[in-house]
Ligand binder design. Sequence first.
Ligand code: ADP
Ligand code: TRP
Length: 328
Amino acid sequence: METVLSGIRPTGNLHLGNYFGAVQSFVKLQDAYQCFFFIADWHSLTTHPRPENIRQSVKTILAEYLACGIDPEKATIYVQSDVIQVAELYLYLNMNAYLGELERVTSFKEKVRKQPDNINAGLLTYPSLMAADILIHKANKVPVGKDQEQNMEMARKFARRFNTIYNVAYFPEPESFHLSDKALKVPGLDGSGKMGKSEGNAIYLIDDEQTIQKKVMKAVTDAGPTHPNSEKPEAVANLFALMEIVSSQDTCRYFNEKYNTCEIRYGDMKKQLAEDINAFCTPIRKKILEITADTTYLDQVARRGAQKATESAAQTIREVREIIGFRP
Ligand code: ADP
Ligand code: TRP
């Protein structure tokens, strides 16, 4: 059976972009594939978080994964730093990763521009750690957003290179995976671009009803269309795009018609959108709160995940050591 794997860095709460762009597909895939979903806490060290922040964010993401419907009976859910074999594979991959190619990665260049005071080796070798995450379970399919395409290219390159150097057909070349034919981009409601934590425009799954209502009512729009069937400016198109994601087809059709006949009242549309987002988020929020309070359960899930992921990783490392010429 093919193996699916993906990870999310624990850098805060999950938002609608994370859910519809990534976590929703994890939930769907767990019924059909052998799945590994992990919390990429080693990756988050590039920004030097405090120990108490790491502990808190790992717990938060774990609870949110579970509340979204990732089922520890079906998928292996684990914390990256619990599986030390990943670090060993990272070391091996780094020996065949070259400075030039690592320096050319767009997200690295961006970090160099954004945080010139902290250009550490972890940032530079982010693609080899990500490749180790994937190759340690010999994953075939990796559900990630478009922004991860270059890292995926690197993972394939490192897999191929290992196979070539040792003249083996050992690692499969992992491919990105999207549920639909196009990667989904959840827009922000601030006029342009995507929803994101660092964009400061996110609606979080944990947000309460008033917070969500306030955020949606503040969404950027315009004065309204003046000609029938006119094209929507980006901010308005984003509002509609979000509605497509969370509301019923009838609702979307209704407001599209109102737009096309120039009768739209954005206030009404936003009220409906806020209601539909709340209908989606409220049950998840309740579950997040419930699961977060159950520390014993969270520990148990993490422990069980660590055990299952370690078994799979240890097998790979045994074989890799043998291929390289070490004692297995
Ligand atoms: P952020 O920093 O905005 O929370 P990350 O970069 O940590 O998001 O992304 C985690 C996962 O969520 C990735 O797979 C990414 O592709 C997906 N993702 C994040 N934002 C969006 C969005 N607005 N639309 C679709 N997918 C998204
Ligand atoms: N780089 C991914 C992100 O920023 C997170 C990640 C780390 C990941 N290792 C991975 C995703 C392995 C998929 C597979 O979103």
